[in-house]
Design a protein around this ligand. Structure first.
Ligand code: NAD
Length: 356
C-alpha cells in the first residue's frame, strides 16, 4: 500500500451500480480533492468511453490487465455481478492493489477466506460494499446498542429481528449512461456451495446473497460477533425466514419479495426494558439516512425517542470511507476479513434450508 495522497482509483465495470453508486461518488470526492480517478474499463468499450466522458475521467484502459499494469493506480472499484468477483479480485489483489467490490464477496466460504488472506498477504485493502455500515443512522444505532450492552439501563439484549421486504429500491434516481452494444457478455460462472444441487436451491441462494446478505452483515455489525444459523426456510423466491443466535441473543432474518412503493427494511433489537429500531432507507435514495427509534423505560414509564441524523447517502459515505482507508486515516468498516463471516453464515443457511 502506498502512502501517497490523494489515493488514485480506477474502475473495472461501468454498469449501473458501477456508475451511480460508485464512480459518481469518487468523482464527487475527486472534485473535492480527496482522490484522483485514473481511468475506467469495461468489456463494452463504448460504454466505458461514454461513462468516462460523463464523469470527466481521463483514460479508458483496453482491459483489466492494462488497468492493473498502471503503477499510478492504488485501488480499484470493481463493481460486478458477484460470480465475477473471485477471479477479478484475485487478479487485482495479486497486482498489489486495493479493491472495493459490491456485495456479496463470493458464493463459497473457502473463496472468501482465500481473498481475505491474499489481501492481508499483499498488505492491501479489500472492502466489501455493505454500505449500510456507513449510514449515519446505523452509526448512531450502533453507538446506542453498544452503550446499552455496556450498562444496565435497558437490561440484557434478548433478540434481534432483521427484516427486508423489498420494494422500490431506486427512488427515482436518474438512469445510468447506456450504449447500444449487442455484444453478449461472457456467461457468468457462479460458484455455489455444494448444498446448491437443484435449480430451486440455487435460486434461493441467489436471493439470500443478493438481498439478505445485507441483513446478515448488519446483524454481525450490530452484534459484534458471528452468528450461528439454526433453521432456514424458503417459500420459493417469495418468502424467507431464518433463525440464528449469537450467544444468548436470538436472531431472526426474514422477509418477502415485496413490491411496495418504497423500500421496506428494518431491524429491531429488543432488550429486557427497551428496544432499538432501525429503519434503513431506500438504497439509491441520496437524501436519506436510517431512522432510529429508541424505546426505554424511566421511573416506570416508557417513552420512544426518535433520532434525526443529518441527511446523507450511505453509498457516498462508503466511498469516502474507502478513500480514507487508502489514505490511512480510518479503518474500513466492512473489510473482507469481517465479511467472510457473512459468507460462512449464508453457506450454512443454504445447507440447512428447507425449500418449499
Ligand atoms: N449494495 C446494494 O444495495 C446493491 C444494489 C443493487 C445491486 N448491487 C450489486 O451490484 C452489482 C453490480 O450491478 P451492476 O448493475 O453495476 O451490474 P452490471 O452487470 O450492469 O455491470 C457490470 C459491468 O461490468 C462489466 N464487466 C464484466 N466483466 C468485466 C471484466 N472482466 N472487465 C471489465 N468489465 C467487465 C460488464 O460489461 C458490465 O458493464 C450487482 O451484481 C449487485 O450484487 C448492490
Amino acid at each position: 500500500m502506498t502512502n501517497r495522497t490523494p489515493p488514485v482509483i480506477a474502475a473495472i465495470g461501468t454498469g449501473m451500480m458501477g456508475q451511480l453508486a460508485h464512480l459518481a461518488n469518487y468523482a464527487r470526492l475527486r472534485d473535492d480533492g480527496a482522490c484522483e480517478i485514473a481511468g475506467v474499463t469495461d468489456l463494452k468499450r463504448g460504454l466505458a468511453d461514454a461513462v468516462a466522458a460523463r464523469y470527466r475521467v481521463p483514460r479508458v484502459y483496453a482491459d483489466a490487465d492494462d488497468l492493473l499494469a498502471d503503477p499510478r493506480v492504488d485501488a480499484v472499484a470493481c463493481v460486478q455481478q458477484w460470480p465475477n468477483n473471485y477471479a477479478l479480485v484475485h487478479r487485482i489483489l495479486g497486482a498489489g492493489k486495493s479493491v472495493i467490490t459490491e456485495k456479496p464477496m463470493v458464493g463459497r466460504v473457502e473463496e472468501a477466506e482465500a481473498l481475505s488472506a491474499l489481501a492481508q498477504a499483499r498488505g492491501v485493502h479489500y472492502a466489501v460494499g455493505f454500505m449500510k455500515r456507513y449510514d449515519r443512522g446505523v452509526e448512531l444505532a450502533k453507538a446506542v446498542v453498544d452503550d446499552a450492552r455496556g450498562g444496565n439501563d435497558l437490561g440484557a439484549l434478548l433478540a434481534v429481528d432483521a427484516v427486508c421486504n423489498g420494494g422500490d429500491w431506486l427512488h427515482n434516481i436518474e438512469p445510468p449512461v447506456r450504449v447500444d452494444d449487442a455484444t453478449p457478455p461472457p456467461p457468468l460462472r457462479p460458484s455455489y456451495p455444494d448444498a446448491c444441487r437443484t435449480p430451486a436451491s440455487r435460486a434461493a441462494y441467489e436471493w439470500l446473497l443478493n438481498i439478505f446478505s445485507h441483513n446478515v452483515n448488519l446483524c454481525h455489525f450490530l452484534l459484534g460477533e458471528e452468528m450461528t444459523p439454526r433453521t432456514a426456510r424458503f417459500h420459493g423466491d417469495r418468502a424467507f425466514a431464518a433463525t440464528l443466535h449469537a450467544g444468548d441473543v436470538l436472531v431472526t432474518v426474514r422477509g418477502v419479495a415485496g413490491r411496495a412503493h418504497d423500500w421496506r427494511e428494518w431491524a429491531t433489537l429488543t432488550f429486557e426494558r427497551g428496544e432499538v429500531r432501525i429503519d434503513t432507507p431506500t438504497p439509491m435514495n441520496r437524501q436519506r439516512s436510517a431512522a432510529v427509534a429508541v424505546l426505554r423505560g424511566r421511573d416506570g414509564r416508557f417513552a420512544t425517542t426518535h433520532h434525526h441524523v443529518p441527511v446523507d447517502w450511505a453509498f457516498f459515505r462508503q466511498a469516502g470511507g474507502f478513500v480514507g482507508a487508502l489514505a490511512g486515516t480510518e479503518p474500513l468498516r466492512a473489510p473482507a476479513a469481517e465479511c467472510v463471516k457473512d459468507v460462512r453464515v449464508m453457506q450454512r443457511l443454504i445447507e440447512i434450508a428447507e425449500i418449499a
